[in-house]
Write a protein that binds this ligand. Structure first.
Ligand code: ZN
Length: 673
């Protein structure tokens, strides 16, 4: 476990570089990411390459026994390139082109832009091939940031038609798969199919879904261009990309097929404010504004560990206050170090801070850094150095791997988000309901794609797995029959892979194994009564209700309110050596905990004490991090393990590490503190 930092030598006079880089090394930093937006400094005029300034910075990094992570600079095509090829610009659905003047203004499907990208990447990679100081590369920067995965230009229209032809072969097959008999939407040729530009009513859901798949695939293809060129130049380099947390429009599993591992950019106070399942800013309180929500950040760590299939990186870790909307409180003392350790506990091998020094110009002057804009150390620098020294004191550890998996399916998310039926039906928030419940019990959870090997897990949760093709249904049924504990939640297995309701009621091809079918569903406004019984207790739920018709399955929960009063809400059934459970409501915390505990018990997994709010146990390769996001102290009993970092009293916004398993550690709120 190591640390890194993002540095922009092009923003500072050359005579400062050595002093900056020397101070990075003194802070224990081992990786320096550079050059992500510097195309114009690399090629000030078409065909005139200037890489020597960057080579000098790389040499300085190497001289101080650190290694550089370089970036392909394609997120910011320079003005001369946009002027030469105005068609490279993205277009919004109404045809408005995205103009030069910020970043990410290019289209992934522009043939000119792909050619120009290839040209600069080849030159850049050739210049640094064989350079020992360069460890690897980041492709581009934050694919999709500023809502730029989905473009509506002529190049995308033509690429979308090609994608459809390759997918469906004949337009009759497309008409049939989409169900274009509805509203006279049948086509006579692929050339008639447009990208979804504005229409009077909502779009055909399958057209929208296929466009979302196509847009994500376009980024996958564009990223592959980068990865292939970099590997051709030097196969010792790693190739990664910095993703943006639980981002909707881009399938991170697909992109990472072409990468060595995934990285993501972690801004805990920003992501906590943006999460739809955290309180509004005026109700969030100091804990969330100054420390962030540990499960919002934690689930993103688990996601990118799953995407990577092992260790991942944080390419940008929040280093201070940031210009997040709507507010940006200063993190409390200790949070930069605590976020760093939290990432490492979840499997980050490198935590790299954004950025070394706050910039004095441009769009990010209010984005905090390890150093202030006058060059003096800012609040985070000392904590970053402390974390680096602590990493040195710990052994090398393999990435965590859990016994419980939560399935992430971007297709289902895209389908659900185009037919939310409730403003607060957010896919990531629904996943997080279950993630939080497991984490409050100290359970390690992997977030994996639907192509994962389910048999590696004692329990698999498929939250709102809305679209289920027959082969996936078969694999899930076989998993349960072979002894697995499968948990399905609301809206699962309702539709086929073409976003069409199936011939049989939900959960469609899994209904026989479950021994129940979903008869009715409703979305529920806040303010309506939402009570359900489960195993003799009464609980609250939110947003969505279904009532089930049992056919061999055991009803373990009933509705106790509304039109569904008395109807079955939760059904479980034995199948072979395992079980299927279907939860027909979106549970609030109490019910989520009860469901998760029962699932862990049936799966034969340890059930930890329910942890105090905002305290989390995270186990990595036999070591357990106790991260305390609370303001007050907690006491820990490490059981058979011993405390190798920190103490048995863990102050607020602080941590301890125990060399033992998470389920042995107990935590109490320290009344003395
Ligand atoms: Zn386009």
């Amino acid at each position: 476990m190591q640390t890194g930092v993002c540095y922009f030598p092009e923003h500072w006079p050359r005579e400062r570089w050595e002093a900056d880089i020397e101070r990075m090394a003194e802070a224990g930093i081992e990786y320096v990411r550079m050059s992500e937006f510097a195309w114009n400094r690399m090629e000030p005029e078409p065909g005139e390459y200037e890489f020597e300034w960057l080579a000098e910075a790389v040499d300085l990094v190497g001289d101080h026994e650190m290694r550089a992570v370089l970036c392909t600079p394609t997120a910011t095509p320079p003005k001369w390139l946009v002027a030469q090829y105005p068609g490279i610009r993205q277009e919004r659905p109404d045809g408005t082109p995205l103009e030069f003047g910020s970043r990410r203004h290019y289209c992934f499907n522009s043939p000119e832009y792909r050619r120009e990208s290839r040209r600069i990447i080849e030159r850049l990679a050739d210049r640094f091939a064989g350079n020992e100081a360069v460890a690897g590369w980041q492709t581009d920067n934050e694919f999709g940031c500023h809502d730029t995965v989905r473009c509506y230009c002529d190049d995308c229209t033509s690429a979308f038609r090609t994608w459809l032809r390759e997918t469906y072969d004949s337009v009759d097959a497309l008409n049939d798969a989409w169900g274009n008999a509805f509203w006279s939407q049948e086509y006579t040729g692929f050339a008639e199919v447009d990208v979804p530009v504005p229409t009077p009513a909502e779009h055909h859901p399958t057209r929208l879904l296929d466009y979302h798949r196509f847009a994500s695939d376009s980024v996958v293809e564009y990223n592959r261009l980068h990865a292939d060129l970099l590997r051709e130049a030097d196969d010792e380099w790693f190739v990664t990309h910095n993703f943006m947390g639980d981002f909707e429009p881009l399938d991170a599993f697909d992109v990472t097929e072409d990468l060595d591992f995934a990285a993501w950019d972690s801004y805990p106070t920003l992501h906590t404010q943006q999460a739809p399942d955290t309180p509004a800013p005026e109700d969030a309180g100091a804990d969330l504004h100054r420390a962030g929500d540990p499960d919002v950040t934690g689930m993103n760590h688990a996601l990118y560990r799953g995407v990577s299939g092992g260790p991942f990186w944080i390419m940008e870790n929040q280093a201070g206050d940031i210009r997040a909307f709507p507010y940006s409180a200063e993190p409390d003392d200790g949070m930069i170090r605590l976020w760093t350790h939290q990432a490492a506990a979840h499997g980050a091998d490198v935590v790299s801070y954004f950025r070394w020094r706050r910039c004095q110009f441009g769009q990010e002057q209010y984005w905090g850094a390890l150093n202030n804009y006058d060059g003096s150390p800012d609040r985070g620098l000392e904590e970053a150095a402390e974390a680096a020294a602590e990493f040195d004191s710990l052994p090398d550890l393999d990435a965590p791997s859990g016994d419980v998996a939560i399935l992430v399916d971007y297709d289902s998310m895209w389908a659900l988000h185009s037919e939310r039926h409730a403003p607060d039906f957010d896919y990531w928030a629904h996943l997080r309901t279950y993630y939080r419940a497991f984490r409050r019990r100290g359970t390690t959870v992997d977030l994996v794609s639907t192509s994962a090997d389910f048999d590696e897990y004692a329990a698999v949760v498929a939250p709102s797995l809305h679209l289920v093709a027959d082969d996936l249904a078969d694999r899930l049924a076989a998993y349960a029959e072979g002894g697995g504990e499968l948990l399905l939640t609301v809206r699962s297995a309702t539709k086929d892979e073409h976003h069409r309701l199936r011939d049989e009621l939900a959960p469609g091809p899994l209904a026989d194994a479950l021994g129940a079918r979903v008869e009715q569903h409703e979305s529920l406004s806040p303010g309506l009564e939402t009570r359900v019984s489960y195993e003799g207790e009464t609980y609250d739920y939110r947003t969505w209700a279904e009532w089930l018709r049992p056919d061999g399955g055991t009803v373990v929960g009933h509705h106790e309110s509304g039109a569904a009063d008395g109807e079955p809400a939760i059904v479980r059934n034995a199948s072979g050596d395992g079980h299927l459970t279907y939860v027909g409501v979106w549970p609030e915390d109490g019910l989520a905990d009860a469901i998760v505990v029962a699932l862990l018990e049936r799966a034969g997994l340890p059930v930890g004490e329910r942890l105090p709010e905002r305290v989390r146990l995270t186990e990595r390769d036999g070591h357990t991090w106790i991260t305390n996001f609370r303001a007050d102290a907690v006491s820990i009993d490490p059981d058979s393990g011993s405390v190798v970092l920190g103490d048995t009293t863990v102050p607020g916004r602080d941590l301890a590490v125990v060399d033992g398993p998470a389920h042995g550690v107990s935590v109490d709120i320290d009344d003395e503190a």
